[in-house]
Design a protein around this ligand. Structure first.
Ligand SMILES: [Fe+2]
Length: 167
């Protein structure tokens, strides 16, 4: 897991406990960074993939990018709704993501499918931890957001894995 992101708390009439808000903002920052990282990992695959199934994976990777962009916005706006300051730059994302750097020299379609599947599985695991953490903190609304994202991430992992699993 990446280091704990720095937390800024802006004044708000949001009645959630301040300590809970601070811990949820740090948690959401990690997931915001990971969503940004994954969104451009999918674009990297979309732009560079080659192979016999080119068009279908080219389009799949673009749809994964668009889905991840949706997660970026939802996570950032939950974070700011709690009084946080979103760290949404590429530089901040690279500091806070839970993912290993996506290879920039990868071409082969099966390589991209397997590498993206690794990333989705890793984020899915971090999301399950985040759901437990927000649940234990008593922030049902953050737990609900991460649950929705986690459901989408599991589905995307299934789409990716279906290209190389036969049982
Ligand atoms: Fe494109």
């Amino acid at each position: 897991m990446a280091k704990k992101p720095q937390v800024t708390l802006h004044p708000t009439k949001n009645t959630e406990n301040e300590n809970v808000r601070a811990s949820m903002i740090a948690l959401l920052q990690t997931h915001l960074a990971t969503a940004i990282d994954l969104s451009y990992s999918a674009k990297q695959a979309h732009w560079n993939v080659k192979g016999p199934n080119f068009m279908s994976v080219h389009l799949l990777f673009d749809s994964l990018h668009e889905e991840a962009e949706g997660y970026v916005d939802s996570i950032a706006e939950r974070l700011t709704a709690l009084g946080g300051q979103a760290q949404g730059t590429v530089q901040a994302a690279s500091q806070n993501t839970v993912l290993d750097p996506y290879p920039t020299d990868l071409v082969d379609s099966m390589g991209h499918l397997k590498r993206l599947a690794d990333n989705y599985a890793r984020w899915g695991s971090a999301l399950r931890e985040g759901i437990s953490e927000s649940d234990e903190a008593g922030d049902d609304l953050t737990a609900d957001l991460l649950t929705g994202v986690g459901r989408g991430v599991d589905k995307s992992l299934y789409f990716l894995e279906s290209h190389f699993q036969t049982e």
